[in-house]
Unconditional design. Structure first.
Length: 355
């Protein structure tokens, strides 16, 4: 069976080459486009052969070891179903399949969350939250960037369950503030340990894609009085309804001892953080072509209501890079300002996307 799949994929071309649109060098038709369409080509622009090949390729990428070639052909030769398929119908499963091809490579670290560089990031309500510094010295425009990576510790523990370690760093850099020698204003570090399991449950109209369970520590690495940190146990459920992907991530904060004095090095640096960052995070994403729109919502579900919303729009710039526009409003854009209401607008370059 593995040899049959390998031969099948060799005939169609590699998964990476399927993301590019190229022309054949046939003397009889030099302008003929490749039969495997570009990710940015909409279904309405595809030829019937491109639709069929796109379906066959994605089915081969996402099908499990029990799927036969005949079953794949049956899926993709039903005319009505082929016409309804969108380029990103299996976007998450295609990403997981591509990630799986690099997990055993010792020279590759897999992206976890988005990786980006935003040279322009404007933020309101500027505060150091440091008694030794003057808020008036802060500039409204800074650089924001994020690095997020993961690596498998143990694969296939039980029934496709994989144990991962991950690290995400989000940095806020006053790069244009020459009067203060362009300092890094804030850095948030987020190491995680979690397990994942791809699933194929059907819950009414929802196609279940992935579940995860783990523990995460988040801090800004500072000493009192500007230290911020918390530890959580979280669960993530990812599902798909039509062309929309969504995930719900509830968490439980691991309690810490109260401080007798705010300057104590031991104890809870931010006992009220849940009042502002809440107990869950909801994300909804819609890929179309090679573009992705993603909305994030948080809420504390209290009468004293507080929360946050963030919207990301990513779009292609080149074969390798995408652009990103990000808007944020609410609490918790950074740990040092978790209890300050902020608005932020950022533009930058996306190194790796979510879908």
């Amino acid at each position: 069976m593995r040899k049959a799949f390998a031969f099948f994929l060799m005939l169609l071309g590699s998964p990476l080459s399927a993301q590019e649109e190229v022309a054949t060098s046939s003397p009889g038709d030099p302008d003929k486009k490749a039969e495997v369409p570009s990710e940015s080509v909409s279904p309405s622009q595809m030829t019937e052969q491109q639709k069929l090949n796109n379906c066959l390729l994605r089915s081969a990428q996402t099908g499990n070891s029990h799927v036969t070639l005949q079953e794949i052909r049956d899926w993709c030769t039903n005319g009505e179903e082929v016409k309804k398929r969108s380029v990103h119908e299996d976007a998450l499963r295609a990403r997981l399949a591509l990630e799986n091809t690099t997990q055993g490579n010792p020279f590759v670290i897999t992206p976890h969350r988005r990786n980006y560089l935003m040279p322009y990031s404007y933020w309101s309500n500027r505060k150091w939250n440091d008694p030794s510094k003057d808020d008036k010295d802060l500039q409204p425009t800074e650089v924001k960037f994020q690095l997020s990576l993961k690596a498998p510790i143990k694969e296939n523990i039980v029934d496709d369950i994989t144990l991962w370690m991950a690290f995400t760093g989000t940095f806020y850099w006053q790069a244009y503030n020459s009067e203060l020698s362009a300092p890094f204003r804030e850095a948030n570090y987020e190491p995680e340990l979690f397990i994942t399991k791809p699933v194929n449950w059907q819950l009414g109209p929802v196609d279940s894609e992935l579940v995860a369970l783990g523990v995460v520590h988040e801090s800004n690495g500072q000493d009192v009085p500007v230290s911020r940190s918390w530890n959580r146990i979280f669960m993530t459920y990812v599902g798909k309804t039509g062309d929309y992907y969504w995930s719900i991530k509830p968490w439980y904060r691991i309690p810490e001892e109260e401080k007798d004095d705010p300057l104590d090095t031991q104890g809870d640096d931010n006992p009220d953080i849940e009042k502002y960052l809440g107990h869950f995070e909801l994300e909804v994403a819609r890929p179309f072509g090679n573009h992705v729109v993603e909305l994030m919502l948080r809420n504390n579900l209290r009468s004293d209501n507080k929360g946050a919303a963030r919207i990301n729009y990513s779009f292609p710039l080149s074969k390798r890079f995408k652009g990103i526009i990000q808007g944020f409003t609410g609490y918790g854009d950074s740990l040092i300002n978790y209890d300050d209401y902020e608005n932020r607008f950022s533009i930058g370059i996306l190194l790796t996307d979510s879908l």
